[in-house]
Design a protein around this ligand. Structure first.
Ligand code: ADP
Ligand code: MG
Ligand code: ZN
Length: 422
């Protein structure tokens, strides 16, 4: 591709002056028809890395994406920028489908978003071929990882689609661990090595903190109160807790709503919309809240309970500060969390080697929680990224000293972690 053409589109279609770190190389590879696996942090700007090449290439780019709301948002944004794009989802009306098919037949549509479930319908590959599909992009590619937390069985059909179409594929994810990467390569590229891009994982604008639970409810309320008027997410381990804490926050005079997978789809959508629109709303949620959230100015993420792994922690805090402005993440944890997370893994019914790996990811998170040095160095170290002490985490703010009152508690936890007795 001519980089110039890319820059012109970047300015004229997206209105951006420059690529974000890592974007340009990926855009060039994708536009050049390479198989690509791009691992980029949340908020890094992955969508552009397949949308812009779609305009640089001839023909139709098929985008597989896991969430209908996300697809519709992107199609709307592209349409607003003057790009012909469509989404084929179960939420479409017949009229929408008719006009979409017409655009496809006439070769006007440049990007076609498909829900993975669509791939199960016979004739899909043939139709895409007829419509001149020349590339496939897979968003949230970690959904193909069988033991990952976002596994989507229909993602397993993408490999066959790629073979049927015989076109290059570009896969995008924010999940970095090597195991997931290998699974993506095996399942999406049939083991053929794609060009891999691993972009830095640091989110320097997010202040990192961990604290032992002491009076958990009080800690949550105080933290949220101190940030009144700024949008935030409180992640909880259970559905019930989201309701209880949201209520407690409201009683403390804050604007807070619960969110979990047990709510009616309408209620969930309403919560997502309110969060997107309202200033300073707090969503008290389980991990069900997140993948579809694209709010750039989330100022803080508070984990009221320990996440289950470093990967989950990273993804969840990564929802804060996507606009690049200062944001904060605090994680509360205690022995009870550790015991619960261990039990969830042990009783989860996964094969033994998977359980072992999950314990490893939990332990890695505990390693960060108990770090006496810089949290960011510990976190990035997990992703094989070297870093200097950051000056923007609680341990950098207040170096842990041996007379710190919390230290005995930490030591107790550490001992328990080592012996695995929780
Ligand atoms: P990801 O999918 O990697 O989490 P998105 O594609 O949703 O990230 O992009 C995150 C935000 O960054 C969006 O608001 C997007 O418009 C913005 N963005 C992407 N690329 C650029 C760029 N080159 N310059 C400025 N903003 C950008
Ligand atoms: Mg994305
Ligand atoms: Zn630090």
């Amino acid at each position: 591709m001519s980089t110039d053409a890319g820059h012109v589109l970047l300015r004229e279609v997206w209105g951006f002056d420059s690529f974000r770190p890592g974007q340009e190389e990926i855009v060039r590879a994708v536009a050049g028809g390479r198989d690509v696996l791009a691992v980029m942090p949340t908020g890094g700007g992955k969508s552009l890395c397949y949308q812009l090449p779609a305009l640089l290439r001839d023909g139709l780019t098929v985008v597989i994406s896991p969430l209908i709301a996300l697809m519709r948002d992107q199609v709307r944004a592209l349409a607003a920028a003057g790009v012909e794009a469509g989404a084929y989802t179960s939420a479409n009306t017949e009229e929408e489908n008719d006009s979409l098919r017409e655009g496809l037949r006439e070769g006007r549509v440049r990007l076609l978003y498909l829900a993975p479930e669509r791939l199960a319908q016979p004739g899909t590959a043939a139709a895409l071929k007829r419509w001149g599909a020349t590339a496939i992009a897979v968003d949230e590619a970690h959904c193909v990882a069988q033991w990952g937390h976002d596994f989507r069985p229909d993602y397993l059909r993408i490999g066959a689609l790629r073979e049927a179409l015989g076109v290059p594929l570009a896969a995008f994810t924010a999940t970095a661990d090597e195991e997931t990467r290998e699974e993506i390569v095996a399942r999406l590229f049939g083991g053929r090595e794609p060009q891999v891009f691993l972009r830095g994982f640091d989110r320097p604008n997010i202040h990192l903190g961990f604290a032992l639970k002491d009076q958990p409810r009080r800690q949550v309320i105080d933290y949220a109160k101190a940030r009144k008027g700024r949008a935030g997410i409180v992640y909880c381990g259970t559905r019930n807790k989201t309701e209880v804490l949201a209520q407690a926050l409201r009683e403390a005079g804050l604007s807070a709503i619960p969110y979990h997978a047990g709510l009616e789809p309408d209620a969930r959508r309403l919560a997502e919309e309110r969060f997107q629109r309202e200033d300073g709303l707090i969503v008290v949620a389980t991990v069900a809240f997140g993948m579809g959230v694209d709010k750039p100015d989330i100022r803080w993420v508070l984990h009221a309970d320990l996440p289950k792994s470093v990967e989950s922690y990273y993804q969840e805090i990564g929802r804060a500060g996507r606009d690049g402005l200062p944001a904060e993440a605090l994680t509360l944890y205690g022995p009870e969390d550790i015991r619960l997370r261990r039990a969830q893994i042990d009783e989860g019914g996964a094969p033994e080697d998977r359980k072992l790996a999950d314990h490893g990811r939990l332990n890695a998170l505990l390693g960060i929680a108990e770090a006496t040095g810089c949290r960011r160095v510990a976190l990035l170290g997990y992703f094989d990224e070297a870093a200097e002490p950051c000056g923007a985490c609680d341990t950098c703010d207040r170096p842990v000293d041996v007379f710190d009152a919390t230290l005995p508690a930490r030591m107790v936890l550490s001992a328990a972690i080592r012996t695995g007795e929780w």
